[in-house]
Write a protein that binds this ligand. Structure first.
Ligand code: SF4
Ligand code: F3S
Length: 373
């Protein structure tokens, strides 16, 4: 087994000062504190204030634990999850995983190509046998011996099995890697399936979504890199901290649902008033994900807040499951008087949230313009 340097030693070798290390470890602590802050809506990771004990724990782990290399495989995918993580709280969170903590191989991001890239992957697999984290993006082609996705002359299922054999942990990011996603949708010409259908002798952590939420990917990977263990999972392999409740449970239109106030078509009066999108096919009641609390774009918004029903992108059978704009996912509740009052409050919250977003977008556009000028 190769003697490995600690995360701290590796950062110092890369020219990171002690002061910068303190900043990085505080950022890692903030990422790891996200689930605790899950009740706060629209929270960007950089706004999380981790507790002192968490910062101390993280700092100690980074000073004493060996650096864990990451090998990132892309199979049948659009690289959307890589896009998502590399733009998260740009550049801090993405670079934390992608540059600072250790990526040995990543087809989209590495400078090398062809034989050189394949050589780098094989070297890393050999050198860190039994020690690296394997992150997989994209589904596996299960039909016809995997011939629809080959890299360096090898079928993707063979590549996956090879890389999984020496991995200490396997993390499947995005709906494709978790459950087959779009390549697995009917008629599924390549027979796309999730990683856990091919790798059955090791646990696979699923971070589904289309794409997966960047903070959730970062948290899960960093959790393993720093503490050397995987988070607690639900019965379909998702970290409970982020997939423990439905979108509906935390939805800001929920009071309208309870009050029986719905948009019936895009653009109708109910839609303009910000009513519930259930009748437009919203899958929020049966979709487990953290969008309604962490949101997207550094806590700015999420589909329902922007006027679009949830499509259920973090669930198995996403895409085929009921169609996008039909097939509501749970029985309607009868409206109550209390809910009617809640609906008024929800309208105010939604309106205030949208106004705040408009202000943020306007001020961002203004600062972008200034920078360009
Ligand atoms: Fe929100 Fe959809 Fe639930 Fe309506 S059905 S409250 S829009 S999650
Ligand atoms: Fe996906 Fe629904 Fe969130 S479509 S992005 S889980 S709101």
């Amino acid at each position: 087994m190769t003697e490995r340097e600690t995360i701290y030693q590796s950062l110092r070798k890369d020219g990171i000062s002690r002061r910068e290390f303190f900043k990085i470890s505080s950022m890692v602590a903030a990422v790891l504190s996200l689930p605790v802050s899950d009740g706060v809506r629209g929270l960007a990771a950089e706004e999380v204030r981790p507790s002192r004990s968490m910062v101390r724990r993280v700092r100690r782990a980074m000073e004493t634990k060996p650096r864990v290399p990451v090998i990132w495989l892309e199979l049948q995918d659009c690289a959307g999850c890589t896009e998502s993580i590399s733009r998260s709280n740009a550049p801090t969170l993405g670079s934390l995983v992608l540059n600072t903590l250790s990526i040995e191989y990543h087809e989209t991001l590495m400078a090398a190509a062809g034989f050189q890239a394949e050589g780098a992957k094989n070297d890393a697999m050999q050198k860190y046998q039994g020690q690296y984290v394997l992150v997989v993006e994209g589904s596996v082609t299960a039909k016809d011996g995997g011939i629809y996705c080959t890299i360096g002359g090898k079928a993707n299922d063979e590549l996956l099995k090879e890389a999984a054999a020496g991995a200490a942990a396997i993390i499947a990011v995005g709906n494709c890697a978790a459950y087959g996603g779009i390549p697995g949708a009917l008629p599924a010409p390549t027979g796309g399936v999730g990683v856990s259908k091919v790798i059955t002798d090791k646990p696979v952590v699923n971070i589904p979504g289309c794409p997966a939420i960047p903070e959730v990917m970062t948290n899960t990977i960093v959790h393993y890199l720093v503490f050397g263990k995987l988070p607690e999972l639900d019965d379909i392999g998702r970290p409970k901290a982020f997939y423990g409740v439905t979108i509906h449970d935390r939805c800001l239109r929920r009071a309208f649902y309870e009050a029986g106030k719905f948009a019936n078509t895009f653009g109708d009066e109910g839609y303009q008033k910000g009513y519930c999108l259930y009748k437009l096919g919203c899958k929020g009641p049966t979709t487990y994900n953290a969008c309604a609390s962490i949101r997207w774009q550094n806590g700015l918004s999420f589909p329902i807040m922007s006027g679009h029903p949830c499509l259920g992108c973090s669930e198995p059978n996403f895409w085929d499951g009921g169609g996008f704009y039909q097939g509501q996912s749970a029985p309607l509740n009868k409206p109550t008087l209390a809910a009617a009052g809640g609906a008024l409050a929800a309208g105010a919250v939604l309106g205030a949230g949208m106004a705040a977003n408009n202000r943020r977008q306007k001020s961002k556009a203004e600062s972008d313009e200034k920078e360009e000028a």
